[in-house]
Design a protein. Structure first.
Length: 271
């Protein structure tokens, strides 16, 4: 397995700094979110743009190409030549940002030959940081902000290794707060018929995958559209924590840098 840990610190610093840029807007009582609509009718704010610009500037220093939700569209003929690249969602959960419920994240993933090998997810409101690299494992750190700039070894030392030991009874299912579907409801009912008690947790953005990586939830069924940048960072963290995101066959992992960047329906769970 190739070691990409040298890129972990720049990804962490970039995510935390982008989170601070988002919070500057989020907490400004005079800020106008200037909500626009993208082609798929999803919202776009000045915070999305600010985070994208910061991440793009910082990660460009690595010389890996960058694919970002808020960046320009890059033709597949060009992307297909990429062996290793950054895949970003500068503000995952824009709807939650607009609602001011705190459940939005900064997502950074490094993709190598279609596989997420490094992932960073930062939760600005909670100051929580999830990070992983395939050779070093997955971690969660609380109380991380832009004012503190510890070295990568100190970050690892103070972080908790994932999965956490959080025992629970029955099956805990995490589902989308904003995109519940009839198929998801049917899937959950199928689990209940297996005889074990089923607890449902609602969450937003990439935090759902983080709950799987933590061990706080057992399964995350997603039977609604997502894009590659929605899942890549969480997927890297889940893989490093002994979990996987599968197609509905529960055998084939998601791949990245496809011609069509829309993910198939998937199920995230421990391996």
């Amino acid at each position: 397995m190739t070691d990409y840990s040298n890129y972990l610190y720049i990804a962490i610093r970039s995510a935390v700094d982008a989170g601070q840029a988002i919070m500057d807007i989020y907490t400004d009582p005079d800020a106008d979110f200037e909500v626009e609509r993208k082609a798929d009718n999803s919202p776009l704010t000045i915070a999305d743009r600010a985070a994208h610009q910061l991440l793009f500037s910082a990660l460009s220093l690595t010389n890996f190409p960058i694919l970002s939700e808020e960046g320009k569209e890059i033709p597949y003929k060009q992307r297909a030549k990429w062996k290793t690249f950054w895949l970003l969602d500068p503000l995952d959960g824009t709807k939650e940002f607009i609602k001011k419920n705190g459940e939005f994240t900064v997502n950074i993933a490094l993709i190598h030959k279609g596989v997420p090998v490094l992932g960073v997810i930062y939760v600005p409101v909670r100051k929580e940081l999830y990070f992983a690299e395939g050779t070093t494992g997955a971690y969660k750190l609380t109380e991380m902000d832009s004012a503190s700039q510890p070295a990568i070894n100190d970050i690892r030392k103070n972080a908790m290794r994932l999965p956490l030991t959080m025992g629970h009874q029955g099956i805990v299912v995490v589902a989308s707060r904003s995109h519940q579907t009839e198929e998801t409801t049917t899937f959950i009912e199928g689990l209940r018929k297996q005889g074990q008690p089923v607890t449902l947790i609602s969450s937003s953005s990439s935090l759902k995958i983080c709950l799987i990586a933590e061990g706080s939830a057992d399964i995350y069924p997603r039977f609604a559209p997502t894009m590659e940048w929605d899942t890549a960072a969480g997927h890297a963290i889940a893989r490093a924590a002994g979990c996987e995101i599968y197609h509905l066959d529960e055998k084939t992992p998601l791949r990245y840098n496809k011609e069509n960047l829309v993910n198939p329906w998937f199920i995230a769970k421990p391996v």
